[in-house]
Design a protein around this ligand. Structure first.
Ligand code: AKG
Ligand code: FE2
Length: 208
């Protein structure tokens, strides 16, 4: 079953973010927190279809011990100033920028897109700590489209999953404070029959 089960009202050209009033913050500890708002983007399933078909998805490889393995998801990266593949992604970036400006003090400028084709695609435990986020607090805002996949979180250094958020169909999550340094996140593989999911991550300058 790979079909998307959007609601009847989740159709047409009307793609865009809703209000942010419903955003709920969970304090994780060690200066880390996450904000979560399910179903923030309306038209999420239509946007999924458009991005799935139009983004120049790249398969990447990486060295692992003495072999080269495929990264198990497809990627597209939009650096600062690069045109985004859909106007709704610009609107989302501006909305999030305006909402978080007082706390963040700088805009979201880059967008990383990931396509998880099925339950075998995943990302292992990590923090987004390349660049300034290695030493400084930041925010990474994620818009999720398509079939939900769990975003798992745990304190850095291992141990059991502390929190698991199923993210898809227009959900918003923002990891903030020290989250990239003091916590780790992952999208684990699943043997459940799941359709594809797209994750759009907005980051600030100099953070990967
Ligand atoms: O799929 C997601 O929402 C998380 C992706 C992620 O953690 C990353 O690309 O750094
Ligand atoms: Fe990440």
């Amino acid at each position: 079953m790979t079909g998307l089960q959007g609601s009847l009202f989740d159709q047409g050209d009307d793609i865009g973010p809703g209000p942010l009033d419903g955003l709920r913050r969970t304090v994780l500890g060690d200066g880390a927190w996450i904000d979560h708002l399910p179903g923030w983007l309306h038209g999420a399933d239509a946007l999924f279809e458009e991005l799935a078909g139009s983004v120049p998805w790249q398969a990447e490889e990486r060295a692992m011990y003495d072999s080269v393995v495929a990264v198990p998801r497809l990627l597209a990266y939009y650096r600062e100033g690069a045109p985004l593949p859909h106007p709704a992604l610009v609107e989302v970036r501006e909305r999030l920028g305006a909402h978080y400006a007082p706390e963040l003090g700088e805009p979201f400028v880059t967008a990383g897109l990931c396509l998880y084709r099925d339950g075998r695609d995943s990302v292992a435990w990590h923090g987004d700590r390349t660049g300034r986020s290695a030493t400084r607090d930041t925010m990474v805002a994620i818009l999720s489209l398509g079939d939900p996949r769990d975003l798992a979180l745990r304190p850095r250094g291992g141990g059991p999953t502390a929190l698991r958020l199923p993210l898809g169909h227009g959900d918003l999550v923002v990891m903030g404070g020290s989250c990239q340094r003091t916590w780790e996140h992952a999208v684990p593989k699943t043997s459940r029959a799941v359709g594809p999911r797209i994750s759009v991550q907005y980051r600030t300058r100099g953070v990967r």
